[in-house]
Design a protein around this ligand. Structure first.
Ligand code: S3P
Length: 212
């Protein structure tokens, strides 16, 4: 576990964040590391970290897998989209959304002004390896052939993920490295961040984590 940043480090970091960016939204497949990277990035920036699945669990009084099991995936998607609209109003927040959120109609259109969206990329194999260590079950990968299921889900979702302003490859990189890479892109990419705010979609700077 790394030492959390000091207040001084956070202030120094905050002064390097382009003022046009009010929130960072992390998207990507299950197992990409959105929640862990989100916590690290938010801590480094001195911002709030918001995990959409946790917000839903708090509001509904049950964990996401249980909502899916008891009420069905369609109800979960409706709740997820509604709560997503709410959390996307927050400022000075790093927001991790669930892997299926970007595919729901209209959701990616919400990532407009003031929002920097980042796609954390992961292969289906690595995602499954990471998820095997996670305590939270993923009902959408519960088939007898989770790899085939992950491959087909990722193929269906990639077009939506690709709409993020930035993409960072997480393969072989720790959450710390990935968060550091995003910070670096934020600090150096005022212009790119501004372009993202205008909703221009994926930009040329496809950051590879670990090149710091
Ligand atoms: C889902 C991803 C999960 C959670 C739910 C459905 C998906 O979140 O929202 O199990 O459809 O990809 P993570 O991406 O944080 O695992």
């Amino acid at each position: 576990m790394d030492k959390p940043p000091t207040a001084f480090e956070r202030r120094a970091t905050a002064s390097q964040i382009p003022s046009t960016v009010s929130r960072v939204v992390l998207i990507g497949f299950m197992g990409a590391g959105k929640s862990t990277v989100g916590r690290r990035l938010a801590s480094a920036m001195g911002w709030e970290c918001v995990d959409l699945d946790d917000e839903i669990a708090d509001r509904e009084g049950m964990e996401v897998p249980e909502i899916i099991r008891r009420r069905g995936i369609a109800v979960f998607r409706a709740v997820e989209s509604r709560m997503g609209r709410e959390v996307l109003r927050r400022r000075r927040a790093v927001i991790a959304v669930g892997g299926g959120w970007p595919s729901e109609p209209g959701n990616m259109d919400l990532l407009g002004k003031g929002t920097l969206s980042v796609w954390l990329q992961v292969s289906p194999e690595t995602a499954l390896r990471r998820l095997a260590r996670s305590r939270a079950p993923r009902p959408l990968l519960g088939s007898p052939d989770p790899l085939a299921q992950a491959e087909s889900l990722l193929a269906a979702r990639s077009a939506h993920y690709r709409r993020a302003a930035l993409a960072v490859d997480t393969e072989g990189h720790s959450p710390h490295d990935v968060a550091a890479r995003i910070l670096e892109l934020l600090r150096s990419g005022g212009a790119r961040a501004q372009a993202a705010q205008a909703g221009e979609g994926m930009l040329a700077a496809r950051g590879r984590a670990g090149e710091l």
